[in-house]
Design a protein around this ligand. Structure first.
Ligand code: AMP
Length: 208
């Protein structure tokens, strides 16, 4: 098993719903286990045009090889209608492999650690939210790069779901470690639609 980190972003259509659906889609894959998901962040486009992005980072565990994981990410992007009319075009969904265990890969179709991750607040901030001690193989602590991206606009999106408010929640131990964006943990749990829980994803948007 290898622990891998994905950076996920969208700035076309209902970006917030797309990110949530994409995480559900990943969580439903039998070839991986989602270990953690960051909050959602609204961020200014970097090296790209268009509207603000919504971004998050997912930490997962998988038996897939790095290239198999890349192929899966590209299938999920395609499922959500990703097109590549030109480089850095606005996108319904973009999934990058940030880290794949300790691997350092430099191949034409795959570079890991992602070569631009240390210069992007929209990757560093959510990754450090999940693990303040995260190490980037060959480069050092992720947190050491935060100061250099402090001028990039990024703000945490308030979760729509308030089920983790101050009121006591009976029999919800799994939710205790969640940051409020608990779609991944709820995937397949049959909880959507219940009082106080997030609404069901738009029909047909998630993998079945
Ligand atoms: P993008 O348009 O940003 O989604 O870039 C997609 C291209 O980047 C694909 O051709 C991938 O093969 C390549 N690529 C290289 N390294 C990575 C990586 N770590 N994660 C995702 N795509 C990558």
């Amino acid at each position: 098993m290898t622990v891998a980190w994905l950076g996920i972003g969208a700035n076309l259509g209902d970006a917030r719903q797309t990110l949530k659906d994409a995480v559900v889609c990943l969580a439903q894959q039998h070839t991986l286990t989602v270990l953690a998901k960051s909050s959602l962040y609204r961020t200014a486009p970097v090296d790209a045009g268009g509207d603000d992005y919504l971004n998050c980072v997912v930490k997962l565990e998988t038996r897939l090889s790095a290239h198999e994981l890349l192929a899966l990410c590209q299938r999920v992007e395609h499922h959500f209608g990703r097109e590549r009319p030109f480089r850095n075009a606005p996108r319904t969904l973009d999934i990058d492999i940030l880290l794949y265990g300790d691997a350092v890969i430099d191949e034409p179709d795959l570079s890991v650690p992602h070569p631009r991750m240390t210069g992007r607040a929209f990757v560093l901030v959510p990754a450090v939210e999940i693990d303040a001690d995260l190490e980037i193989p060959g480069r050092g602590p992720a947190s050491a790069f935060l100061a250099a991206v402090a001028d990039q606009r990024i703000e945490k999106v308030k979760p729509m779901c308030q089920c983790m408010g101050s009121a006591p929640v009976a029999a919800a131990p799994a939710a205790a470690a969640d940051n409020g964006n608990n779609i991944a943990n709820n995937a397949g749990a049959g909880s959507a639609g219940e009082p106080g829980m997030p609404p069901d994803p738009a029909p047909g948007r998630t993998c079945r």
